[in-house]
Design a protein around this ligand. Structure first.
Ligand code: ZN
Length: 174
């Protein structure tokens, strides 16, 4: 396993709409890629990581959902390939961060309850209802696959402040 470099705000690949994945094509490289993405995400205390955050043009992301009852327990890993949102309900505004914009936290409004479809790490199609942090993470990761970053969703009034903060943080990024 290896800790990969995470691409940062301002890099072109984070603004790309990523290519749909043909599961059979990536199956041979998937176990190592997922292990590396998981290790990278854990090392940086992230909840999720998309393929373009490690420099790859795949519609694929992982979510590492913390165990709410025991923070020392291993998180549950979701591998979402070619994800789509079938329906959305509810709305909540909560603070969010992103490993590609390290050091920045900002309020973002998202659906609280979603029904989704994706291919899992075994190539099986899944349809699931997700709520809470899992729903929030799924939407955040799907945005990455469409070339969007959470700061795009910040209240327009706060955007000048966000830009200023990014400029200040950027020299600390690897
Ligand atoms: Zn992110």
């Amino acid at each position: 396993m290896a800790i990969l470099r995470v691409t940062k705000y301002g890099e072109d690949i984070l603004r790309q709409k990523l290519k749909p994945v043909n599961y059979a094509d990536i199956a041979p490289v998937l176990p190592k890629l997922l292990a590396d993405m998981e290790e990278t995400c854990m090392a940086k205390n992230g909840v999720g990581l998309s393929a373009n955050q490690v420099g790859l043009d795949y519609r694929l992301a992982i979510i590492l959902l913390p165990n709410s009852k025991n923070e020392n327990a291993k998180p549950t890993r979701y591998v979402i390939i070619n994800p789509v949102i079938l329906s959305k309900r509810g709305e909540a505004t909560e603070e969010e961060g992103c490993l590609s914009v390290p050091g920045l936290w900002a309020d973002v409004t998202r659906a609280t309850d979603i029904t989704v479809r994706y291919t899992d790490e075994n190539g099986e199609e899944q349809v699931k209802r997700m709520r809470g942090l899992l729903a929030k993470a799924f939407q955040h990761e799907l945005d990455h696959l469409d070339g969007k970053i959470f700061v795009d969703l910040v209240d327009p009034k706060l955007k000048p402040e966000v830009k200023k903060l990014i400029k200040k943080l950027r020299p600390q990024w690897d």
